[in-house]
Each structure stands twice: as C-alpha cells, then as structure tokens.
Write a protein that binds this ligand. Sequence first.
Ligand SMILES: Nc1ncnc2c1ncn2[C@@H]1O[C@H](COP(=O)(O)OP(=O)(O)OP(=O)(O)O)[C@@H](O)[C@H]1O
Length: 362
Amino acid sequence: MYLDQISFNNFRCLVDGKLKFDRYFNLIYGKNGQGKTSLIEAVHFLATGKSFRTKKVKEIRKYNLNRLIVFGKYRHKDLSENIIAIDVNEDKKDFYIDREKNKYINYVGLLNIISFIPEDIELIIGNPGIRRNFFNYEISQAKKEYLQSIVNFEKILKVRNKLIKEKKTGEEIYKIYNEKFIEEGLNIVLNRREFIKKLSILLNLNYRKLFDENSELKLKYDCFLGDVEKKTREELKEKFEILCRRKSEREKFLGYSLLGPQKDDFVFELNGKNAKAYSSQGEKKSIIFSLKISEIDILIKEKKEYPIFIMDDIASYFDEVRKKSILSYFVNKKIQCFITSTEDLGIEGKKFIVEKGKIINE
Ligand SMILES: Nc1ncnc2c1ncn2[C@@H]1O[C@H](COP(=O)(O)OP(=O)(O)OP(=O)(O)O)[C@@H](O)[C@H]1O
C-alpha cells in the first residue's frame, strides 16, 4: 500500500495544506527546526492515531489551538483506495474510515506503517513498558484479535486490582474475574510467543545480511510465566493458576495484581549478551534497524501488502557506507518511504522542502 495524499490543519508548526506523495521515495528536506519531523509525525499520526514523540495530543496541536485534523488517501496494491481521517478536538479523537465515524480498534492497522526514529533506541535501553507498548502495537498491526485481547485484558486487570484492593478475593465475582484474567492473559502470552519466535528468526537473518554476517542476534520473550517454549495452553494455564495462588497473600497485602502479561519483557541478545548492557551505540542502532526491517517482512507475509516506512534524520544514524546500503535496500524493495534529511540524498522520487513549516514540492 502507499499513501497518496495527506492534508492537515493545525499540526504543530506546519502551514495547513495538502500534499501528494511519490509512490516510492519521498525526501523531506530542510534545515534544522523547520518542521521536517513534524511532517512525518503527521503521517505517523494519520496511520496510527498516535505521535511517536509524545503521548499528549495537546503538544501536536498548533500552539494555542484546540482543533487538529489530518486526512489522507491511501491505495492498495490493486489501486483501490481508502480515505481515513482523524479529527482532534481538545483531547478527544474521532476516527473516520471512508468518511464514516468509526472505532479506533477498526482504524488501527488499516494503513500499515513502520517507523525508524532516533527515539527508537529506547526499545533497547528503556523500561519494559516501552517494549510492551511497542510489541503490542506491532502484533496488533499484523493481527487484529490481539488488539482486542489487550483491550479486554486491561479492563479485566482494572477490575481484578479493584477487587484485590477492596479485599473481595473470597467472593464469587473475584473468581469470575480471575478466570477471565487467566484466559485473556494466556491469549496474550501465546500471541506474543508466536510473534517473537517468527520475528527473532528474521531479525537474525536481517542483522547478518545488513550489518555483520558473523553475529548472532536473538530476541527473547521474557514471560512472567517463565519458560513458555513448547508448552501447551493447558500446561501454561496450570502454571498461571499455581502462580495466582502463590502470590495471592502478597497481592492482598499490596492491593494490586503482581503477575500477568503486564509484567512481561523482551530481551535483545547479541552474541549471547544482553544488548542493553553490552552492545555499543552503533550495534544498538543496527539492531533497531534490523528489527524494523524484520517487521516489514512480517507485515508483507501476514497482510500480503507492503507497509509504508518513515525514517527521521538518516544522517544521525549511519555513516556514508551504511546509509547507501540502507537506501538501496528500500529502493530495491519498492516500499514507499518518507525520509527526513538536511542533505539531498540523490534518489529519484519527490523532494519536499520544508521552511518555517511551509512545504514546497520541488
Ligand atoms: N504544537 C506546536 N505548534 C507549533 N509549533 C510547534 C509545535 N511543536 C513544536 N513546534 C515547533 O516546530 C518547529 C519544527 O520542529 P521539527 O522537530 O518538526 O523540525 P525539524 O525540521 O525536524 O528539525 P531537526 O532537523 O532539528 O530535527 C520547532 O521550532 C518547534 O518549536
């Protein structure tokens, strides 16, 4: 798929307007602080309903304005098109698919996007919550039912926590919610296990191909249930129930749930060593880049469509040699790219010059 057009009103510093993109390569070019990142952030926001820079929607609305609208038209490989839009009023977001108001859960994953931005390094060095959020979104893009499980689980967890806090763990209602907690928790665990297994194989292949053929890169699922490899759902359920019983006194004492997939983590291991603790800056960037490429591979396989790709500030990531090999990777794969840069990259496509928020297509 590819994004054919976008229009925006009141998005950060951008001057309101409509842009028509190249099917393949779009260079967003300009000096620092002109609005390049804001433009790819608008593309990301249109696709996901989220910014990659902030959780606060207030920060992406133009200073002192309450309303923000992004609107886009994307095409599938058979050239059929869809129109999507997000209308933000204060902090409330309304999602539109083909001009009809729709639920967020139906909107997510329509326009598939993979991004590569400097903040992604947090996926290795940041806290587990960052990795959980990231993989939750990525698995949801490939598999809609997973997002539904996450939404259900969060509601169930809230009730379970409330019942523990109110010391109602002896009541029938707690038993019902605990059972739901285990079942939905297991759905999440099994999906994560399957996704990470596939991703880890691709990650290693891509890392070796792009960066170092003598290395071994693994992504491990650090599940709260311990080793979940090769275990059946029944075996995992039994383990989950035992853990619930074992932790119940401590949970009552503290007043919240101490176990569940909300405690999971994911670990990158380069040559048998945890990348967070041992890998160099360059290696970390290469791991993240390989991760993003592997996600593209997964989306192509699962959805039979190419996602779009955005990359912020390519020069800050890679030296000349790597930059060239990365750019030629995208050119060969025929993926629609949006890349910001302070220098001209000399690749065929469209060039958008950004100056004080104004975008000119050269
Ligand atoms: N909500 C907002 N409303 C209006 N302007 C904003 C808003 N948020 C940020 N800005 C301004 O937008 C400008 C452009 O920021 P942006 O990060 O998009 O630039 P950039 O071209 O990517 O810069 P760099 O190359 O330095 O990363 C900044 O000067 C910033 O002050």
